[in-house]
Design a binder for this molecule. Sequence first.
Ligand SMILES: NC(=O)c1ccc[n+]([C@@H]2O[C@H](COP(=O)([O-])OP(=O)(O)OC[C@H]3O[C@@H](n4cnc5c(N)ncnc54)[C@H](O)[C@@H]3O)[C@@H](O)[C@H]2O)c1
Length: 344
Amino acid sequence: MSNINIALVGAGVIGKRHLRALNSIDKISLAAITDPFPQAAEVAEQQGVPLFSNTSEMLAAVKPDGVIVATPTEHHLDPTLESLEDGAHVLVEKPIMATLEECRQTIEKSHETGRHVLVGHHRRYYDLVNQAREIVQGGGIGQLVSVCGQWNVRKPTDYYTADWRKKWEAGPILTNLIHEMDLLRYVAGDVVSISAETSNAVLGFEKEDAAALIMRFKNNALGTFMLSDQGHSPWSWEQATGENVAMPRSGQNVISFIGTKGALEFPNLKLWKTESGDGNWNTPITATSLGGELEDAYINQLNHFAAVITGSEKPRIDAQDATDTLQATLAVYQAAETGRRVEL
Ligand SMILES: NC(=O)c1ccc[n+]([C@@H]2O[C@H](COP(=O)([O-])OP(=O)(O)OC[C@H]3O[C@@H](n4cnc5c(N)ncnc54)[C@H](O)[C@@H]3O)[C@@H](O)[C@H]2O)c1
């Protein structure tokens, strides 16, 4: 396949981010945009591609090799199923779907049609994330014992002006923790159980202001994670890395992976070890910094999508894997509501 034709469904904030990446990759061409709302006309005109108001018309007209689904989460299902049915591979934004039942339908349709679903957990395309995964899973810190992470930010007050932002679905667990959960699963391995507490003591809305998690990983390592969208701190992935220019970079570390032979501070990749490789509290432990610059994960993700379409690579995160991330994230609500550990 010399040139790969991609259609975009949903030309909003993240849809435009995909377009920026797509425009810098020669082997991928944008074939069409689908978005029923008037503001998409300008985007389609700028891109010089036809605009459609529904996915089935677009599929019939342009027969794309791949479709990027970047609609609001509650509208992921229909364009995903229609595209798979039409023979296209799909890159759908995170969270993969709004419900586990929709996930089930997506997995089934992907199997039935033999078409791949790649899910937009873009952090998996950063070198530093893959380096951390190699160190942790490759025994670079010995047997993983514990993981200690946090994402504590204060979102601006006007973020909560819209009523839908006060609802549980718009809270930091589903919006933000899902990225952390996917990262933890990718680096430390599958999560098998979760206990949690949540609080809305600052704003008093339906959505939580803070959550505290205890996790067990499949490899028996234990983890804790603190999350808040009301705690002003330098300790969040976005501030740590400067990934989003609207959130000034703090350069801090936000997760520690701790093993029997050393520890890794993340995302700066500060690797703590004893020189002999087998230290304890009586031996000096020193740090080496392995961290590098952030690349454009959206470009890496689209190059990977192209390789998935041509069959040279398997999805780095397929529908089942992303469903496991969603399920682990949703388990936080259940654990907090029931006061019981949720087995996954
Ligand atoms: N990977 C990330 O870090 C990241 C960041 C932001 C958003 N997201 C995800 O991306 C998705 C979109 O979020 P957003 O912030 O870009 O939203 P948005 O509201 O800015 O954009 C959504 C676009 O979809 C269009 N749309 C709505 N219904 C449609 C339909 N049925 N068919 C076609 N187009 C439709 C809207 O007109 C709008 O242009 C969500 O699932 C969100 O969770 C991911």
